[in-house]
Design a binder for this molecule. Structure first.
Ligand code: SF4
Length: 412
């Protein structure tokens, strides 16, 4: 048993959890109120933000139960061959910390993940126990997100879902070959089998709740997963294809993309550099296109460049529109909602406003400008009563006109 204080453990285990993107952290400048000076410390070890099912942004205590691990995933700072300081919370300590932060109004819930210590079952039991103490002994009603270990017995994953609002099982890498090369102890069939059982259990619980008001809830905020981007050679087209299969097969709420970050003493099989963070952002945008804008995965793949990756300088919707210019311009006054959603620069809110406004009058360019954020971006792709952009849409330099200008940063 290590002799770290609770604060030291928190430092180690909150830091170790930062590589998990499945509750997206928000970046903040470090300030602290040590020495009793100032209020509003943002040092906040292990506090991240996530979105609740109703769209609210909530703060979560994001920690690992332990960063000891018997597995040796090459990309992971906590792998058994990694030379990092290790620490371990007991389930009781996790519960106490959560309650402590919660009572001080720092957090609204807990995101708990873990390295695998002793065995998958032992670790899963400990994760479940922390959640059980919170729910059953303290009647904790805050948000709980538990990371499930696919190698654990299904009964334990089941227990996790009974206590947690959301459960997630990381698929880790977009291809089977990438997984067997970089995470040799993990198995794709096992990961997907656990996701499938979780999906079935979520459906069953929803069904039971419809029939019996007091039937137990099971992961009411659904399940999610995370994929690491840039640690293997998988292209954005591969990643988008995998994400879409996961959404369809397992009814996931979210797929999170985490740009691989180089770690200390990295294995030689890993790339030396992290992929550009913009790549992660473009993947989130493409995910959005599939979930809210009606694009098929194959259409997102059409927006990629020769190497299968999405362009970094323009968003995937604009990249698609530039490749399929024959689909534009669309007539703002007649086009269907689906067509309008394909216009670069028109979001779901702007499209809803346009559809509402055109019930009352025929729209001019000025009207659209009032309903959208940037008329410059949408102008080449639509026509209105007083605007026909035919020549503009066909211009060879349209991409250069629309791509954000690269700016030299001021050094002094
Ligand atoms: S199982 Fe793999 S990814 Fe998870 S903590 Fe262990 S080494 Fe890291």
């Amino acid at each position: 048993m290590s002799g770290e204080t609770l604060r030291e453990k928190l430092e180690i285990l909150a830091d170790a959890a930062k590589y998990d993107a499945s509750c997206a952290s928000s970046g903040t400048a470090r300030k602290n109120s040590l020495g009793g000076k100032g209020i509003g410390s943002t040092e906040g070890m292990g506090i991240c933000h996530a979105y609740a099912p109703d769209g609210r942004c909530i703060s979560l205590l994001k920690i690992l139960l332990t960063n000891h691990c018997i597995f040796d995933c090459h990309y992971c700072v906590n792998r058994k061959s990694s030379n990092v300081r290790r620490a371990r919370f007991t389930p009781q300590e996790v519960a106490d910390l959560t309650l402590n932060f919660y009572k001080r109004n720092y957090i609204e819930g807990l995101f708990l993940s873990s390295g695998i210590v002793k065995s998958a079952n032992h670790t899963m039991e400990q994760l479940v126990e922390a959640a059980r103490i919170l729910r059953e002994e303290h009647d904790f009603r805050g948000y709980i997100h538990l990371k499930s270990i696919p190698e654990a017995d299904p009964e334990l994953i089941d227990q996790a879902g009974l206590h947690a609002d959301r459960v997630s099982i990381n698929v880790e890498l977009p291809t089977r070959s990438g997984l067997s090369r970089l995470a040799p102890d993990k198995d794709e069939a096992q990961i997907e089998g656990a996701m499938d059982k979780t999906k079935a259990r979520i459906i069953q619980a929803k069904d039971e709740r419809k029939r019996f008001k007091h039937a137990p809830r099971f992961a009411p905020a659904g399940q999610s997963t995370q994929m690491i981007v840039g640690a293997d050679a998988a292209s954005d087209a591969d990643i988008v294809g995998k994400a879409s299969t996961l959404y369809k097969a397992f009814g996931l709420r979210r797929v999170y993309y985490s740009a691989f970050s180089p770690i200390p003493d990295a294995s030689a099989v890993l790339p030396l550099k992290r992929p550009p963070l913009m790549r992660e952002h473009r993947l989130y945008q493409s995910d959005w296109l599939m979930r809210f804008y009606g694009y098929a995965p194959g259409e997102v793949a059409q927006a990629t460049e020769a190497d299968g990756n999405l362009p970094l300088d323009i968003d995937p919707k604009l990249a698609w529109a530039l490749k399929f210019r024959e689909q534009f311009p669309v007539d703002v006054n007649r086009a269907s909602k689906e067509q309008l959603l394909r216009v670069p620069g028109l979001g779901t809110t702007a499209v809803a406003r346009i559809l509402k406004a055109r019930r009352h009058r025929t729209l001019r360019l000025d009207d659209v400008a009032r309903l959208t954020q940037s008329i410059a971006k949408v102008r080449p792709f639509l026509c209105t009563l007083d605007w026909q952009p035919t020549m503009l849409t066909d211009r060879a330099d349209l991409r250069a006109l629309l791509a954000p200008k690269q700016e030299q940063l001021e050094l002094f």
